[in-house]
Design a protein around this ligand. Structure first.
Ligand SMILES: Nc1nc2c(ncn2[C@@H]2O[C@H](COP(=O)(O)OP(=O)(O)OP(=O)(O)O)[C@@H](O)[C@H]2O)c(=O)[nH]1
Length: 308
């Protein structure tokens, strides 16, 4: 099913809102705002795919509205088409320099408005698709490391602001090189996919699950205490064991397992989000060294490591 795209129209004249709404409402979902202030509020709340913005408005004109939309990270990426009766190329130039995607002159011609809006909505779709591709690991369909880096930065800042805790699990398949050596890379890929599905099932509704690289995954759990996050780690381990992916290799016979390193922190300005990863990764390293197929956790207030 294709998703209906949305357009926010900001114009102080009721009649203009109606005309534009009539021109576009067959193709897109329309939101209306009768001032710059109201338009900015709706843009933040509803995140439309495209904004049509009148230039001449009382109080806050289109240029000021545009400047404020561009300054706010929540709205800065939304494309804006200016609509105006001003027949002055300096205004058009100013709008384009401010980052407007296009400029439509009044009186409005139905076909031209529809064609321009269609074109910009098509560009929005293509951009969204590229963003999606850039953030997804093609083998497992989980988020990739790049997406993880974006989300951890946002969550780190959010946790500082609202003084919440943040938990991270770093999960690595045990002896995966041997598995690949035994059964080949293609079968190894299937294991990666199945493990990814287990992790997604256990944690996708709780936080971000990403393939960090190779056979290593991360699960970022905002607002999860150590107890809550360790429970997620246990469920992931059990889920992987339950896959029952038996294998044997020279001196080893068993099934596919994972090791997990975890940590929970109360983010603050004196440390960075990298510390969270480094600590969990250090725990993973210790779990590997001390026999694998286990969870090791670093407590925030206690330098000792607990074994699960
Ligand atoms: N099939 C497959 N294998 C991968 C992929 N990415 C990384 N690997 C393999 O994962 C293996 C990781 O090997 P190591 O880093 O030695 O780790 P390990 O054998 O799991 O050993 P421990 O981590 O100590 O348990 C290597 O053989 C990589 O080739 C992938 O996309 N597909």
């Amino acid at each position: 099913m294709t998703e209906v795209q949305s357009v926010l129209v900001i114009d102080d004249e009721k009649i203009n809102l109606k005309i534009i709404s009539d021109i576009l409402s067959d193709e897109v979902s329309i939101m209306l705002a009768k001032s710059g202030e109201q338009g900015i509020r709706k843009a933040i709340e509803y995140k439309p795919d495209l904004i049509l913005l009148d230039v001449v408005m009382p109080e806050m004109d289109g240029f000021e509205t545009m400047a404020r939309l561009r300054h706010d990270v929540r709205t800065s990426a939304i494309p804006v088409i200016f609509i105006t009766a001003l027949n002055d190329s300096s205004h058009e130039e100013k709008a384009l320099l401010m980052g407007a995607s296009d400029y439509i002159q009044k009186p409005l011609h139905t076909n031209i408005v529809q064609a321009r809006v269609r074109l910009h909505l098509q560009l929005v779709k293509q951009r969204q698709m590229l963003e999606k591709l850039a953030n997804i690991d093609p083998l497992t369909s989980l988020a990739n490391r790049r997406k993880y880096q974006d989300v951890i930065e946002q969550e780190w800042q959010r946790a500082i602001t609202h003084q919440g805790c943040l938990s991270l699990l770093v999960i690595d398949i045990d002896n995966f090189k041997q598995y690949n050596d035994c059964y080949g890379h293609a079968t190894g890929d299937k294991v990666l996919q199945q493990v990814a599905m287990v992790l997604a099932k256990q944690a996708l509704d709780k936080g971000l699950v990403a393939r960090y690289g190779g056979e290593e995954f991360v699960i970022l759990l905002p607002d999860h205490t150590q107890e809550d996050a360790a429970e997620v780690a246990r469920l992931c381990m059990q889920g992987v064991e339950a896959l029952n992916l038996a294998y044997s290799h020279e001196d080893f016979s068993g099934k596919v397992t994972v090791s997990v390193g975890g940590t929970t922190k109360l983010p603050n300005l004196s440390c960075s989000s990298d510390d969270l990863f480094n600590t969990a990764d250090e725990m993973l390293g210790l779990a590997k060294k001390s026999g694998k197929n286990k969870i090791l956790w670093k407590l925030p207030s206690n330098p000792h490591t607990i074994a699960e």
